[in-house]
Design a protein around this ligand. Structure first.
Ligand code: ZN
Length: 391
């Protein structure tokens, strides 16, 4: 009898892009070789850490090693399997109470006959107390418990936790792999898929958004079009303002719906809708929610700006590649003419420009400099590299 999962051909693995080695290792564990109670999934943003964990969970619960068709597979992938808990958070940190709840369910025997699986998507956001609670649980696992933690890098969790986990390292998928996935999974036409795969630089979620959503693609076009336009002080200030505006627009597109849903959940739980009046405890609760939403919105804007900066970096890197005659397609192939223009200013200067972009990023993310301010001085630096006084 062949078990599909053992050879890594089970359908649940189809959503993992460019991760052959990871799939083979996980499928081997499903087959019974090298199985352990704690796993740490690491990989760059968008490489599919939590997708890999969820696929692994499905393969473990499925009698056929991850067929993708059965009830077990379907419920795990849909997030409704009784023996698979997934912690994902919109908050900045995961507290000890949440982890204690998980630890309690980890101690239960699985309702089915297989595993009790607990997936923590953003394990880098665990508070210290939460980490310690988790550590204890991982140290003394029950027979059928499997923990799966997901973080960008191994440095994001305590060494004590790391040393108890088997490490799964996801790679940045190649543009070819991403493009093929977009065509296979979403039916994206080849040319559009190739563009989205290149422009996303291996971030699957981003690639899907660029392929499917014209607004997302337009916002990216605006950003990568900036370097060629930074020809005057006014143009630089305009570019900085545009980048902030684009980021706010994109962040709002994501958070708007979520904010509204949380508010209506709150209203329901306090009976505001039903009884048509507001109990005394409602106002402080609403206040706390609005504060949390504001923090999240601010973080989202920064995340989007951050990605915008990486898009800018991609233009200067393309310019360097062009100047030194490196082979291969540009990330920004569709604006090759503009890249060539930027390339004419010389690779040394473009390297320095990349450094300035990282400096601005550090100012915003580490030193809380307001984005508008940091971006204005950055754009001016990108335009007038020789005018030291401008910096
Ligand atoms: Zn199945």
């Amino acid at each position: 009898m062949t078990v599909p999962g053992v050879t890594g051909t089970g359908r649940v693995w189809d959503s993992l892009v460019g991760q052959r080695a990871v799939i083979d290792a996980l499928a081997t564990a499903v087959g019974g070789h090298g199985m352990t109670h704690a796993w740490l999934f690491t990989g760059p943003p968008g490489s599919g850490r939590s997708n890999a964990a969820v696929a692994f969970a499905a393969a473990l619960q499925c009698a056929a090693g991850g067929c993708g068709q059965c009830h077990e597979c379907h419920t795990v992938l849909a997030g409704s399997h009784a023996d698979v808990a997934v912690v994902r958070t919109e908050k900045l940190s995961i507290g000890v109470d949440e982890v204690r709840g998980l630890v309690r369910s980890a101690a239960l025997a699985p309702a089915g006959r297989r595993w009790q699986i607990l997936i923590v998507e953003d394990a880098d956001r665990l508070t210290e107390a939460a980490c310690n609670a988790l550590l204890k649980a991982i140290e003394e696992p029950t027979d059928r418990t499997v923990w799966m933690l997901c973080t960008p890098t191994v440095e994001d969790v305590l060494p004590t936790i790391r040393s108890r986990c088997r490490l799964v390292t996801l790679a940045t998928p190649s543009a070819q792999d991403v493009a093929a996935f977009l065509t296979r999974a979403d039916g994206v036409p080849a040319e559009r898929a190739a563009y989205a795969a290149r422009a996303s630089q291996g971030h699957i979620g981003r690639a899907r958004a660029l392929a499917r959503d014209e607004d997302t693609a337009r916002r990216r076009r605006e950003i990568v079009g900036m370097p060629a336009k930074l020809t005057s002080l006014a143009a630089c200030l305009r570019a900085a303002g545009n980048l902030v505006a684009v980021a706010e627009e994109e962040a709002a597109a994501v958070t708007g719906e979520l904010d509204a849903r949380e508010k209506s959940d709150l209203d329901v739980s306090y009976g505001v809708v039903e009884r048509g009046r507001r109990p005394r405890e409602y106002a402080p609760a609403l206040n706390a929610l609005q504060k949390a939403q504001k923090t999240r919105a601010k973080r989202r804007v920064l995340d989007v700006i951050d990605r915008g900066l990486m898009d800018l970096v991609s233009v200067y890197r393309d310019a360097i590649a062009l100047a030194v005659g490196a082979p291969g397609a540009l990330v920004n192939e569709e604006i090759r003419d503009q890249v060539a223009e930027v390339a004419r200013t010389g690779p040394e200067l473009n390297l320095r420009r990349i450094e300035w972009i990282f400096e601005a990023r550090e100012q915003m993310l580490e030193f809380n400099v307001p984005p508008a301010l940091a971006l204005e001085s950055m754009m001016v630096a990108l335009q007038a590299p020789d005018a030291g006084g401008a910096r």
